[in-house]
Design a protein around this ligand. Structure first.
Ligand code: AMP
Length: 389
């Protein structure tokens, strides 16, 4: 049997086949560390943790890379507000982020890569893009010329911004050749961090950080790239344009996976709208991290979820119930193969965690399965769920 994944690039459910059977290479866009992560971010990272766990459960070795955006306008802005250096803001919120991930049991990442450690690789990518005629220089930096890349728009089906797109930097300059051109290297501005380079003193654009990191760590092409749907355009579209222009190899990434939003009152939860709860807000209200995790697993990763405290309360009750049951049962059982087969069928169908949880509950209630075997089976499924059973 083969796991099937929904690929945004083709719009289809596809059989997953890694480039190299001996190791799946997977990358997910990480946080911009200027504030505490909210529970929308937590949903996306939990669902990709489950993706990596599922692939491992199915026998793959997984190299799972996440970047940390530690150079960014938002970080610089927050540092100015607080009267501290951008490095201090980035360090503080990276530590908070990693602590939050640990409490949620998001532990499958093989490596976190900080943008500022890849300046040389970023500069090299911009140089190669310029040499090949895809990048040009204007007064405030180097830009990517989208008219030179005929596949621009192939992931999102568009080339202009929509209302819920994540826009970390508005790259506006009247000298740009096309309005959709995006910045690759920003020249130094007074009071902002910069790096000396052959391009001139400056700092990287948002999109180039990810392709420089993945080229260094995973190579020119890799298997899975994830994020929530707000990153499809322009961020992921820009990544494709950069990397396929540099390497000439297509596709840059084989499977593009996108998680649905966590909404609140049907609007995307986001820092800029102010309609968010941080992961810490939820824990401070007394809810357990693994109950929040359980809530995320109750919906398919591509389905948008409307957050309510009632839903979290229900998830907490269900989680506590199953945890108590499993803890009360004796050890020494073996995994029930019939239920395992049903469980695999669900997770292999585009990571259907709600149906896989339903299999867990049916197994738990099945009087024909001994208590020892129930415990062993629940623990086995938990390699995927990460629920600490
Ligand atoms: P950011 O720190 O804003 O760059 O976001 C980090 C990750 O969280 C990215 O993968 C985003 O796509 C994702 N994300 C942001 N807002 C939401 C949301 N409301 N629901 C689900 N994922 C989100």
């Amino acid at each position: 049997m083969t796991i099937k994944l929904h690929n945004t690039l083709t719009g289809k459910l596809e059989d997953f086949k890694p480039i190299d059977e001996s190791e799946v290479k997977m990358f997910v866009c990480g946080p911009t560390v200027y504030d505490f992560a909210h529970i929308g971010n937590a949903k996306t990272y939990t669902q990709f943790d489950v993706t990596a766990r599922t692939l491992k459960y199915l026998g793959y070795k997984v190299n799972y890379l996440v970047n940390i955006t530690d150079i960014d306008d938002k970080i610089i802005g927050r540092a100015k507000e607080k009267g501290v250096t951008p490095e201090k803001i980035a360090e503080e919120f990276e530590t908070a982020y990693l602590d939050d991930m640990k409490s949620l049991n998001n532990t499958s990442v093989s490596k976190y890569a900080r943008a500022h450690d890849y300046i040389a690789q970023i500069v090299s990518q911009v140089e190669r893009l310029e040499k090949k005629g895809f990048a040009y220089k204007i007064s405030d930096g180097y830009y990517f010329d989208i008219s030179k890349f005929s596949d621009y728009g192939k992931l999102s089906g568009r080339s202009s911004l929509g209302p819920d797109d994540a826009v970390s930097r508005i790259d506006e300059n009247p000298e740009k050749r096309n309005s959709g051109d995006f910045c690759l290297w920003k020249f130094k501005k007074e009071g902002e961090p910069f790096w000396p380079s052959s391009l001139g003193e400056g700092r990287p654009g948002w999109h180039i950080e990810d392709t420089a990191i993945t080229e260094s760590e995973l190579g020119l092409q890799y298997d899975i790239h994830g994020g929530a749907v707000d990153l499809i355009f322009p961020h992921h579209e820009a990544e494709i344009a950069q990397m396929e222009s540099i390497s000439g190899l297509k596709p840059f990434v084989q499977y593009w996976l996108h998680a649905g939003f966590l909404n609140i009152d049907s609007a995307k939860m986001s820092k800029s709208k102010g309609n968010f709860f941080t992961i810490r807000d939820v824990f401070e209200k007394g809810y357990s991290p693994l109950a929040l995790r359980y809530l995320f697993l109750l919906s398919h990763y591509r389905t948008p979820v409307n957050f309510t405290w009632e839903a979290l309360e229900a998830a907490e009750n269900a989680y506590n119930k199953i945890k108590k049951l499993v803890d009360s049962w004796p050890d020494g059982g073996k995994v029930d193969e019939v239920y395992k087969e049903k469980f695999i069928e669900k997770i292999e169908n585009d990571l259907n965690t709600p149906q896989a949880l339903a299999v867990l509950w049916t197994m738990v209630k099945d009087k024909a399965v001994s208590l020892e075997d129930k415990k062993a089976t629940a623990k086995d499924f938990c390699k995927v769920f990460g629920l600490g059973l």
